[in-house]
Design a protein around this ligand. Sequence first.
Ligand SMILES: [Zn+2]
Length: 323
Amino acid sequence: MGWSMNKYIVGIDLGGMSAKAGLFSLSGELLHCARAKTDKKDGFEGTLDVLGALAKQVAKEGGADITDVQAIGVGSPGVVDSRTGTVLRWSNFEWTDVPFAKTLSKKTNCPVFVANDANVAALGEAKFGATAQYQSSILLTIGTGVGGGIVFDGKLIEGYKSAGAELGHITIREGGIPCACGRCGCYEKYASASALILQTRRAMVEDLDSSMWQLVDGKIENVDGKTAFAAARQGDRTAKKVIEQFVGYLSEGIADFVNILRPEAIVLGGGIANEGEDLFVPLRKAVDKRTYVAMDIVPLKIVGAKLGNTAGMYGAYCLTQQK
Ligand SMILES: [Zn+2]
């Protein structure tokens, strides 16, 4: 046993099924990763026991000790007041007003910083990923819904008690598809991967000759977010129309964010970003058509995310550095 001169940061990405932890050097080098299962049944205290043990495990496996860890950052699902370290509401785990940072800090003897997971991922992507060279960016994660975060001058824009930046719940179709949030016509009902799948299926039912049917072996349940893109590449007209409409929806929301905040870059995360320029070329055009200030006057980058499922861990590291 000696005195370790090395200091570390632990970054944790908490999810409903598992938690991922990364051991970082102070300068943000990811040294080691570990993972643990999470379960709603563990309750708040039990889940934080799991996270405390995970922090100790990732430190130990990375050749450090928890006493060498200077701070722990966490991205947590739900409404998270990052200023007080409180999870105000995580519906999935039925947490209400839980003192997250304080409790985990007690279990680990480390200062703990926590923020909403989508915001934290945006911070990671902004500092270490696709937009590291820009001062301002908005990350949109296209998945079951549309999540994301806003980063300006290296800091998250979260709103009062971090209850803002709910980018998936702006209305792009008044009186449109009902959303679980209580509103109709929310962005994520049109521009998420789930929405794209529904749009693809609807178009296939209306065009039984579409080559998309071959791509899914005649089974509509096999449709995924890639189906329309793959068929469009083969020249399928119906698929091209699906993509065109989806890109239109996606650009409506982006244009709103750009008109209000004008970041230097928009970053798209989620599987759809893998479609590359087949998505980004028409998307840039569609966004440029809709924004008040055109891209030839003020540039705007629209790019794919780079960090994938490590964005949350990197962001959690960043969280400890900005507080
Ligand atoms: Zn909504």
